[in-house]
Design a protein around this ligand. Structure first.
Ligand code: SAH
Ligand code: SF4
Length: 388
């Protein structure tokens, strides 16, 4: 009896006897720093960093022996100090629509979900997480029921991309017909409460000598953390998506408590001021269709008024249910007439086809098991909780 209790309250400890420095997921500066500490001569540091960066992010190598432009003896020494290991993909699920969900273990107790969504046109987007859990509590979102465990580091964000490319066999980067062409920060967490690491991760993901995904193919989605919107635009030049979901303060406050802190007037002003905004770089407004809550014609009209003067498109997202959720998805006919009103006002308003619902991989359904480890458990494991 006692032993069962202890077993249930103990955090999972995964033994990792390899204490070499892990290079995969790090940026040029960090790689260079480690190489310098290792003893690479100053005049060769830039060249060696470039070579290793290219092998990791262009070729996806997993073994030092593959780095053929580095001498055998140096490779052997590097291998003793540095590893090219990936994090463990604990679980992979493939939906009957081709969507792939990965549960990745970054370190003991830190589990992250990311989702690859293939498109009909042979392109596809990887939906990455920026935090484990979320501090915000949007009422319709499953992640919102999971307490924040901690922010992810830039490395852990990049590792999600690496894991997906491993699975999709997408190395080297120069390979034609790549499937993973876009990245959306629409997984677990609020990216603008982790702006610095999100910005750093883009520098690695977008580096043309590595994975080389264009900045305009990356979309950062936010629930509306107003003071961070302008700075993230300047820092990353990425596309912006706003989780709007209601076009009046009263309703938005009810379903998204963050609206009390940053009401619509301020949010819309930050959108108007978004760096580089133009008709070719529009803001995407996401609008989840909740039956009887925000789906009436009057709501569509409020939305049109709110968007006036902002180059924008509206993504209508049928609500994805999750265990214990209080909402229902609007009827299809209601969604279509809502789309029609918005469209007639001159805004593109595609209805997003729900993807991966059968494996709980659709928008707002992600929730990893990491929250089972409470802060005290994390302390026992010597992991800081790094809350924002
Ligand atoms: N925290 C960020 C990004 C992650 S959420 C944000 O809120 O924008 C990604 C998108 O899924 C957001 O637009 C979010 O509002 C939406 N979403 C959350 N729960 C949902 C659900 N159950 N059904 C459909 N969309 C949902
Ligand atoms: Fe957090 Fe975004 Fe979910 Fe809101 S919708 S709880 S901000 S992940």
């Amino acid at each position: 009896m006692t032993s069962t209790l202890i077993a249930n309250t103990q955090p999972k400890i995964i033994s990792d006897s390899d204490c070499r420095i892990k290079l995969v997921g790090l940026g040029r500066n960090e790689i260079s720093y480690h190489l310098e500490n290792f003893g690479i001569e100053k005049q060769k540091l830039k060249m060696r960093t470039k070579q290793i960066f290219h092998w990791i992010y262009n070729y996806g190598v997993r073994d030092w022996s593959e780095m053929t432009n580095i001498t055998k003896s140096l490779r052997k020494e590097l291998e003793i100090r540095f590893s090219l290991d990936r994090p463990k993909v604990i679980e992979k699920q493939v939906s009957n629509d081709g969507t792939r969900k990965y549960l990745i273990q970054m370190s003991p107790g830190i589990e992250v979900e990311s989702v690859f969504i293939p498109d009909v046109s042979k392109t596809g987007a990887l939906c990455v997480s920026s935090q484990v859990g979320c501090t915000l509590t949007c009422k319709f979102c499953h992640t919102g029921t999971q307490k924040l465990v901690r922010n992810l580091t830039a490395r852990e964000i990049v590792l999600q991309v690496i894991a997906a490319r491993d699975d999709l066999n997408e190395w080297p980067t120069t390979q034609e017909n790549r499937k993973l062409t876009n990245i959306v920060f629409m997984g677990m967490g609020e990216p603008l409460y982790n702006s610095e690491q999100v910005g750093n991760s883009l520098d690695i993901i977008c580096d043309p000598e590595g994975i080389g995904i264009g900045r305009r193919r990356i979309t950062i989605s936010t629930s509306g953390i107003v003071p961070e919107i302008g700075p993230i635009g300047l820092r990353t030049s990425a596309m912006l998506a706003i989780s709007l979901h209601a076009a009046n303060d009263e309703l938005r406050e009810k379903i998204m408590p963050i609206n009390r802190k940053y009401p619509l007037k301020e949010l819309m002003q930050a959108c108007r001021d978004y760096p580089g905004l133009s008709n070719s770089k529009r803001i995407t407004f996401e609008y989840v269709m909740l039956k009887g809550v925000n789906d009436k014609p009057k709501h569509a009209k409020q939305l049109i008024n709110l968007l006036k003067g902002i180059p924008s498109k509206v993504n209508l997202i049928p609500f994805n249910p999750w265990p214990g959720s209080d909402f229902e998805c609007s009827d299809w006919a209601t969604i279509e007439s809502f789309a029609d009103i918005v469209n007639k006002a001159g805004y593109a308003s595609p209805i997003r086809t729900p993807r991966g619902r059968d494996i709980l991989a659709a928008c707002g359904q992600l929730k990893s098991e990491s929250e089972k480890l409470r802060a005290s458990d994390l302390r026992k494991l010597n992991i800081s909780s790094n809350k924002s």
